[in-house]
Design a protein around this ligand. Structure first.
Ligand SMILES: Nc1ncnc2c1ncn2[C@@H]1O[C@H](COP(=O)(O)OP(=O)(O)OP(=O)(O)O)[C@@H](O)[C@H]1O
Ligand SMILES: [Mg+2]
Length: 124
């Protein structure tokens, strides 16, 4: 189960974002995720839909413990993504469109490689 409560993520604007935005609105920050609440129940497929820039990737990266929230909390199987990162990562598989794969490995070798990196017992 994934539980997200009052989740927000605020980034500092990059130089390019500052150029593009000019002087309108907040000239220092972007609120990528603002007060998000959701629950993904066990055994269910959950789809996060939204227009470009809605904060989907940011949310997934926070669930995967790659980014810390600015505020709010995320629990994966009861474990907090900020204070219990290793426990969360042990229970999570995260594959994004940008994940690089090694050409020289077969599919089986790839699975074994990542399983070894994550300390998964080869008997499983
Ligand atoms: N590292 C960063 N620094 C500054 N702003 C960022 C950063 N990453 C994302 N953003 C901004 O945060 C907002 C949300 O971006 P995010 O990539 O999470 O959206 P998305 O829903 O995944 O979009 P897409 O559908 O285009 O993949 C956007 O305004 C984006 O420009
Ligand atoms: Mg995205």
């Amino acid at each position: 189960m994934i539980e997200i409560k009052s989740l927000s993520k605020r980034y500092k604007l990059t130089k390019q974002q500052k150029r593009e935005r000019g002087t309108s609105g907040d000239t220092k920050h972007v609120d990528a995720v603002k007060d998000l609440n959701l629950i993904c129940k066990p055994g269910r497929v959950f789809t996060l839909l939204g227009p470009n820039g809605a904060g989907k990737t940011t949310t997934l990266r926070m669930i995967a413990t790659m980014l810390h929230p600015s505020s709010g909390e995320i629990k994966v199987a009861g474990f907090d993504t900020v204070t219990q990162g290793p426990e969360v990562r042990r229970r999570l598989g995260f594959l994004t469109g940008g994940t690089g794969l090694y050409d020289r490995l077969t599919a089986n070798e790839m699975v074994k490689y990542y399983a070894d990196l994550n300390g998964i017992d080869s008997a499983i």
